[in-house]
Design a protein around this ligand. Structure first.
Ligand SMILES: [Zn+2]
Length: 104
């Protein structure tokens, strides 16, 4: 599945409340078809104060977002694009930008 979104890719959200936001993929969850993207789709958790030393408060955490809502941003042309696949002369499958044909 080398033509899919991978950890470290920069992606744009194409639907939902975070539409238009961009961020870096921190984790891909292939089983769920989701990814965790830096600074996108935050959920807040109210933590209780556990001890006198530890402060309670609001914890912010990124929630997984479906891969279908994400589009990769091509590092070369800087645009959100679909990922194409290409077989190199060496026989390895690489991901390419459908817009500028650059290898991603
Ligand atoms: Zn491109």
């Amino acid at each position: 599945m080398s033509f899919r979104i991978k950890k470290g890719d920069t992606v744009m959200v194409i639907s939902g409340k975070d539409r238009g936001e961009t961020g870096k993929v921190l984790t891909v969850l292939p089983k769920d078809g989701k990814a965790i993207v830096e600074n996108i789709n935050f959920i807040t958790r109210h933590e209780r104060q556990r001890s006198q030393l530890q402060q309670g408060g609001i914890m912010k955490k990124e929630a997984p977002i479906p891969l279908s809502k994400l589009m990769i941003i091509c590092p070369r042309c800087g645009k959100p694009t679909r990922i194409g696949a290409k077989i190199t002369d060496e026989g390895t499958r690489v991901r390419i930008c459908r817009k500028c044909k650059a290898q991603i």
